[in-house]
Ligand binder design. Structure first.
Ligand SMILES: Nc1ncnc2c1ncn2[C@@H]1O[C@H](COP(=O)(O)OP(=O)(O)OP(=O)(O)O)[C@@H](O)[C@H]1O
Length: 258
């Protein structure tokens, strides 16, 4: 069953057709990757799903709900969490504080209830802590729990960014280039975590990634895009051997054949 469905989605910025008629479905429990050269429109597709950008045309359905015109702040509570290409954490807060902030989408208490620290507030606080501790254990972040983000190595910050998204308890996680800037060993770890997210947490994963080794290792299906247009859809091996995809990456005249 498809959890996310994008139908003929498009966004144009003046004359730039950043995304121009892309359709795909992500099945529940699937790891689905979007690949393409720089400027192909991959991050823009994420921004359309997150509702950061408003679509020029098309429709996006998540878990049976039409989210095409949903305000962006209502996307996360539905069960969609994301990471950003340029890590978006609070540098002067600890790992634990950043992960707890990931729980904010689940707050049902108001300011007065919080001040009075009512039983309902305490109960929610306990639940937030429990979920965050599960994430810390899952991503093996115990050693960094009390450390400031600013002082952490890049690879650890990338993992915390994934943790912040996981702390939300989503059904679908959007990973924007989870392996960029990581060493070969760190990328392999990310591959294991993606597998575990699916197997142990029952998550559906949609990722944008340049690292074809990671994509081949974890993705069930791949959508290749170029110039905002779809090029090929299939297994990693099928997409990698597609002549249009090869042409787009090599920049040969074949590119126009798409
Ligand atoms: N807010 C915006 N205003 C104008 N143009 C934009 C905007 N956002 C994206 N674009 C343009 O849309 C195109 C697609 O950009 P996008 O960032 O989605 O590419 P990408 O495939 O994610 O690239 P990369 O791999 O380099 O991250 C680019 O030409 C980009 O300049």
């Amino acid at each position: 069953m498809s959890l996310l469905k994008a139908e003929d989605i498009a966004v144009h910025f003046g004359g730039v057709k950043a995304v121009d008629g892309v359709s795909f479905e992500v099945d529940e429990g699937e790891v689905f990757a979007i690949i393409g050269p720089n400027g192909a429109g991959k991050s823009t597709i994420f921004n359309l799903i997150s509702r950061i950008y408003t679509m020029t045309r098309g429709k996006i359905t998540f878990d049976g709900t039409d989210i095409t015109r949903l305000p962006s702040h209502k996307v996360a509570p539905l069960g969609i969490a994301r990471t950003f290409q340029n890590i978006e954490l609070f540098d002067h807060s600890t790992v634990l504080q950043n992960l707890l902030m990931g729980r904010h989408t689940h707050r049902s208490t108001n300011f007065v209830e919080d001040i009075l620290f009512l039983p309902k507030v305490r109960r929610e606080e306990r639940e937030h802590r429990k979920r965050v501790e599960e994430v810390i254990e899952f991503l093996e972040l115990e050693a960094y729990r009390g450390k400031m983000i600013a002082g952490l190595p890049y690879g650890v910050r990338k993992v915390v960014e994934i943790g912040r998204a996981l702390a939300m308890g989503p059904k679908l996680i959007l990973l924007d280039e989870p392996a960029s800037g990581l060493s070969v060993e760190e990328s392999q770890e990310v591959a294991f975590w993606i597998e575990d997210m699916r197997r142990d947490m029952g998550l559906t994963v949609l990722m944008v990634e340049h690292d074809m080794k990671l994509v081949s290792a974890v993705a069930d299906r791949v959508l290749a895009v170029n110039n905002g247009r779809p090029l090929a859809l299939g297994t990693p091996a099928e997409v990698q051997s597609d002549p249009h995809v090869q042409a787009a990456y090599l920049g040969t005249p074949e590119e126009d054949a798409a």
